[in-house]
Design a binder for this molecule. Structure first.
Ligand code: CAA
Length: 261
């Protein structure tokens, strides 16, 4: 693909209306050093702000999406350094991305790599994808949301087994447990994920953004609060030109011409 080098460890490329961000640190199986995390978050934020981009796509290599935080970098860290470095706050910025984020995951998605995959709104997994949270093996625990997001995604029993006993999930198990959206051959995982992201990017931007916001909040709110929140966003869509165009086009039996406004 025609990738532009942002810096060597993170590559960016626009494919139509999809902003593609690729982790490119093969010598360390895409381990998420502070520097890689800073670059990938900055790249995703850049595309999040780009009016020509409708959906974000995050990927790694066929062998590794990411094998976790960079253990060699963390080995000598102190709690104070960890707290003051801003390292973990980078993960908060991923939560604030407004556009949908699709993950194209192949090979290892371990530790921080599994946590990064779970920051995606949808995951297309290659049949070689392996998800795990092995942090207790090296004397720590998942620190970028693993205990919370994994438990919400696959339930307490499986999350406990993955975190406490090192169980890894293959792609098919991950699919059966609802962790990923689909499993595809490893030769085509990126193209399949790109097609999904392109389908999202073709939709009216205001509705997509509000729909993502509503679904994300479903995890935090009571049903009553969530329904009230959804209703307000639903009303808000009626202020968008694309809502008028979408409904008019339906009535006139033609394809809508969305403007993203
Ligand atoms: N950090 C730093 N380097 C890593 C790494 C990591 N997480 N994972 C792999 N690498 C490096 C290896 O050190 C090795 O480098 P050298 O050639 O310089 O020795 C290179 O990548 C290739 O790795 P292996 O030789 O180990 O490859 P393998 O095929 O035998 O094994 C693996 C692959 C099972 C993924 C193994 O590398 C592994 O277990 N990696 C660590 C996984 C892990 O524990 N992740 C959790 C990290 S902690 C965390 O993520 C905290 C958090 O919640 C944010």
């Amino acid at each position: 693909m025609n990738e532009t080098m942002l810096r060597d460890e993170v590559l960016i490329d626009k494919s139509g209306a999809v902003g593609v961000v690729r982790i490119n640190r093969p010598q360390a199986l895409n381990a998420l050093s502070f520097s890689v995390m800073e670059k990938l978050v900055a790249a995703l934020e850049m595309y999040d702000q780009d009016a020509a981009v409708g959906c974000l796509l995050l990927t790694g290599s066929e062998r590794a999406f990411a094998a976790g935080a960079d253990i060699k970098e963390l080995e000598a860290a102190t709690p104070v350094e960890m707290a003051l470095s801003g390292r973990m706050e980078l993960w908060d910025r991923l939560r604030r991305l407004r556009k949908p984020l699709v993950g194209a995951v192949s090979g290892f998605a371990l530790g921080g790599g599994c946590e990064l995959a779970m920051c995606c709104d949808m995951i297309v997994a290659s049949e070689t994808a392996v998800f795990g949270q092995p942090e207790t093996d090296i004397g720590t625990i998942p620190g970028a949301g693993g205990t919370q997001r994994l438990t919400r995604a696959v339930g307490k029993a499986v999350a406990m087994e993955m975190i406490l006993a090192g169980r890894r999930l293959g792609a098919r198990e991950a699919l059966a447990l609802g962790l990923v959206n689909r499993v595809v051959p490893s030769e085509s995982f990126f193209e399949e994920a790109l097609a999904l992201a392109a389908a999202v990017a073709a939709k009216p931007a205001v509705a997509v953004r509000l729909a993502k916001e509503a679904v994300v909040r479903a995890g935090d709110l009571s049903l009553e609060e969530g329904l009230a929140f959804e209703r307000k966003l639903f009303y808000l869509t009626f202020a968008s030109a694309d809502q008028k165009e979408g409904m008019k086009a339906f009535r006139e039996k033609r394809r809508p011409a969305f403007t993203g406004s």
